[in-house]
Design a binder for this molecule. Structure first.
Ligand code: DSN
Length: 435
């Protein structure tokens, strides 16, 4: 390109080769990490576009730099589509990722030391929901609820009991490893009763909510955060939604002139971030429009149908599942209660064995896991990416049988070779990124 010099050709070839190798990996193995997906070619094109080049600190119509007329249109389009898709009152589309989105919310509404109630990380919460090693746990006072030990599910009566005792300022729902339906309304009602903010981090299930296959928190929840690249199938990034008006202003900030929306926007910029990533915002706009199409509703319903079919197959092979099944896109295998393993701390080894067979999942803690987080006793897996490839219940049954075989023959690595072959054949039948 003119004016750019010859550059380091070797380095360019290195990265090209590695991207080609990753493409092959994504094409020839089963991507079953529930937070991953295959974004469309249009999303990837926007992500890799020249919008990368533009700085645009500020918000549409109020930028610090010149040259942002087109950029304003792009951001407004993304905002409008985000609000329309979810039925939200206000959307901020600048957040770079899920962790900073949550940080921005805490920063907007809380003071250091304020109390937040969220799901225990070991029971399916996220790092930013109060892990002691994360900014959230270091800055705010977290009280955690857990799932019921017998059912593996949330028990709202216990959650109410903790909340009434602890009186948090913000009550959080939305999780990263919870396979069941979330009663967002019950969480919001509890927050209303206690004069707390309600917040839902819907990163994992945003696509399911957009498509109406999981109940939505939007009609009532004060603040909602989501990443854009999981079930929503967009680019890496995040969005923050809120109500226009702060129902708790009198209680917490009687002198405050700003609306909730203004508090969120200024917490994102200039509070936390500098220039927005406009290539990513454009890609969010593309993904949001894709999610409005009727095909996306079918896709999201199929994700759930596939997860159910997979869960049934796993159970039929005596593989124990946390909560005994799933209502959404993910499944959590309990290796401790699976007879052929029955020992704590085997998640990583099983995840590695599955990867050798071409099935990519992640080791994950299970509720009440006696093993430490780096050596957990569970496997988390899900169906969003396989469903994007066009796989249906029939393939889920085949894959469930293969997963069962890897787990039950864990001590015999030779068994994985023929499964790897089957996986390759299955992947050939459902090609991805070939256009
Ligand atoms: N890493 C994401 C997940 O896998 O759920 C959450 O940030």
């Amino acid at each position: 390109m003119n004016g750019m010099g010859e550059g380091d050709v070797k380095r360019d070839e290195d990265v090209k080769r590695l991207i080609a190798a990753e493409l092959q990996r994504q094409q020839t193995t089963l991507q079953m990490i529930p937070s991953e997906n295959y974004a469309s070619e249009d999303v990837l094109a926007a992500c890799g576009s020249l919008l990368n080049n533009k700085y645009a600190e500020g918000y549409p119509g109020k930028r610090y730099y010149q040259g942002n007329a087109v950029i304003d249109e792009i951001e407004l389009l993304a905002i409008e589509r985000a609000k329309k898709l979810f039925g939200a009152e206000h959307a901020n589309v600048q957040s770079h990722s899920g962790a900073p989105a949550n940080l921005a919310v805490y920063h907007a509404f809380l003071n250091p030391g304020d109390k937040i109630m969220a799901l225990n990380i070991a029971h399916g919460g996220h790092l930013t929901h109060g892990s002691p090693v994360n900014f959230s746990g270091k800055t705010y006072t977290f009280v955690h609820y857990g799932v019921d030990q017998r059912t593996g599910m949330l028990d709202m009566s216990k959650i109410r009991e903790i909340a009434r005792r602890e009186k948090p300022k913000l009550i959080m729902s939305g999780f990263t490893a919870y396979p069941r339906t979330i009663d967002f309304k019950a969480f919001h009602q509890l927050a209303e009763e206690l004069g707390a903010y309600s917040m839902a981090d819907i990163s994992h299930i945003a696509g399911l909510i957009a498509a109406g296959v999981h109940p939505s928190p939007f009609p009532f929840t004060d603040i909602v955060t989501t990443t854009t690249h999981k079930t929503l199938r967009g680019p890496r990034g995040a969005m923050i939604f809120c109500k226009e008006n702060d129902r708790l202003r009198e209680k917490y900030r009687p002198q405050e002139k700003k609306t909730m929306a203004q508090l969120i926007d200024s917490a994102v910029f200039p509070g936390l971030q500098g220039g927005p990533h406009m290539h990513s915002i454009a890609a969010k706009a593309v993904a949001l429009q894709e999610a409005m199409r009727p095909e996306f509703k079918k896709y999201a319903q199929q994700i759930v149908n596939n997860a159910r079919a997979l869960a049934e197959t796993l159970r039929s092979q005596e593989i124990s599942l946390v909560s005994d099944g799933t209502d959404n896109h993910l499944i959590l295998i309990d290796l401790l209660k699976t007879n052929s393993i029955s020992k704590p701390g085997f998640g990583k080894q099983i995840a590695m064995a599955l990867e050798e067979a071409g099935i990519v999942t992640n080791a994950n803690g299970i509720p009440f896991d006696p093993a430490p987080p780096f050596k957990p006793s569970g496997i988390r897996l899900g169906t969003p990416a396989l469903t994007t490839r066009g796989m249906k219940e029939k393939e889920m049954k085949e894959i469930g049988m293969m997963i069962g075989e890897v787990i039950h023959t864990f001590d015999n690595p030779a068994c994985r070779e023929h499964i790897r072959e089957k996986v390759k054949q299955l992947c050939q039948q459902f090609p991805v990124y070939v256009g």
